[in-house]
Design a protein around this ligand. Structure first.
Ligand code: PGA
Length: 246
């Protein structure tokens, strides 16, 4: 029995629209909300829908603030594969959000520890995250929190798993170019969001989604911790939801 809201969409486009409904509700209720954002293929239909809805006058990002989950270590805003660049190209450049109100961990920092501590402080100063958007990795990672022996609390540097580097290789010319480390919000950071929206689309996510939602809560499947969050909405397309029986 799932204690969180589980919504099944026909396809990724519909998943994007249903997720946009949730974002729209929050933006209308709290224009200065703090949006926790994610990169990857999964959120793209959501971002396209949000851009269209703002252009249609249905919502506004003018007062919103945003914090992103993660960034590759060593990639700056100008690098085509940096997550800062991804966010600019796929969302920020097309909406009214003030660029100074968008935060992504600094991949080029010379002082990782200080940058991570400042990122945590920034989220606190903003008043915490109203809704955290998450995709899920094939190994159950959320952000770049990879399977390990414990749940990391705060924003930190991580070594990337080979499975994750291989999954992300499609965006780079070769595997050698995929960074080996990244900065990510911790599991504690993610769990402190007031609401969490987990999106999963595609048949290749069916197995990990069912393990995360229905299996034991373990740091070996980082997303399984979401079973302990009081306000989680899962939006999956039929392919990703195929192993969840309710
Ligand atoms: P994807 O990535 O949306 O590109 O599948 C999800 C993730 O790795 O968190």
């Amino acid at each position: 029995m799932l204690h969180y809201e589980f919504i099944v969409a026909q396809n990724p486009e519909e998943a994007g629209k249903l997720a946009a409904d949730i974002f729209q509700e929050i933006l209308l209720a709290k224009p200065r909300c703090v949006l926790g954002l994610a990169t990857g293929s999964t959120p793209l239909p959501l971002y396209r829908e949000l851009i269209a809805r703002e252009k249609a006058g249905q919502l506004s990002f003018a007062q919103a603030r945003s914090v992103n989950l993660d960034e590759y270590k060593g990639l700056g805003p100008d690098h085509p594969q940096s997550y800062r660049r991804f966010m600019q190209e796929n969302l920020f450049d097309h909406i009214s959000i003030d660029p100074v109100n968008t935060y992504v961990p600094d991949g080029l920092t010379r002082n990782s520890q200080a940058m991570c501590a400042e990122y945590e402080k920034k989220i606190e100063t903003l008043g915490g995250v109203d809704i955290q958007l998450l995709g899920i990795g094939h190994d159950g990672h959320i952000g770049f929190n990879e399977p390990c022996d414990f749940f990391p609390a705060a924003t930190h540097e991580v070594e990337l798993e080979e499975i994750t580097r291989q999954a992300n290789q499609r965006f780079f010319d070769s595997i050698a170019e995929v960074p080996t480390a990244a900065y990510t919000m911790g599991i504690g950071t993610v769990m402190s969001a007031r609401q969490i929206l987990l999106m999963a689309t595609g048949a290749d996510k069916a197995d990990i989604l069912s393990r995360a939602l229905l299996g034991p809560v373990t740091p070996q499947v980082p997303a399984s911790i979401l079973q302990f969050h009081p306000h989680v909405t899962v939006i999956a397309d039929q392919a990703a939801a195929s192993l969840i029986r309710r």
